[in-house]
Ligand binder design. Structure first.
Ligand code: IPD
Ligand code: CA
Length: 160
């Protein structure tokens, strides 16, 4: 009884140690594949991943494509997330549309889930609703934001 209990424990110890080795191998492999998958179009900020496919289209088209992919149009909630999006703007030399707009109520910018924005990085003088037709938000290569007509074509950046 005592002996079989001991050998049972030793068996479990060997199994745990085998699993620990397999987990370490998986972790190191995963960390390498993350780098491969993020190169050069993706950025990781905390738990969030920003990714472009290079596609350009109007706001509705970008929104639909991100949603189709199981993500949503990039919606930066802090300076680090905004900087990641800015890097993609610079990499492609193309402005992007964010998942933010004031379509519902002029001057009240919201995320796609309808909540008021908690972070913004407006260029001086923006948002100005130029010609009364600017309800979407584009990001300049400086990282600063401008409200712009949702019908313009911009680079897609989704977040997952
Ligand atoms: C406009 C200006 C303006 C900004 C508008 C843009 P445009 O560009 O940059 O400052 O607020 O959103 O459309 O029409 O003069 O080329
Ligand atoms: Ca504007």
């Amino acid at each position: 009884r005592g002996d079989s209990g001991l050998s049972e424990i030793n068996l479990l110890k060997r199994q745990v140690s085998t699993l620990e080795g397999q987990l370490r191998a998986l972790q190191s492999s995963f960390s390498k594949y993350k780098k491969v998958i993020m190169f050069p179009n993706g950025r990781i900020v905390g738990e969030k991943i920003f990714m472009t496919s290079g596609y350009e289209g109007n706001f509705d088209s970008l929104k639909q494509r991100c949603s189709q992919a199981g993500g949503q149009l990039a919606s930066p909630q802090n300076a680090a997330e905004n900087a990641a999006i800015q890097q993609i703007v610079v990499l492609y030399n193309k402005l992007v549309f964010l998942g933010i707009n004031d379509i519902q109520t002029e001057g009240r910018f919201k995320y796609l889930n309808g909540e008021n924005i908690v972070y913004s990085n407006w260029q001086t003088g923006e948002p100005n609703n130029d010609k009364g037709i600017e309800d979407c938000v584009e990001v300049y290569s400086s990282g600063k934001w401008n409200d712009k007509s949702c019908g313009e074509k911009r680079l897609i950046v989704c977040e997952f």
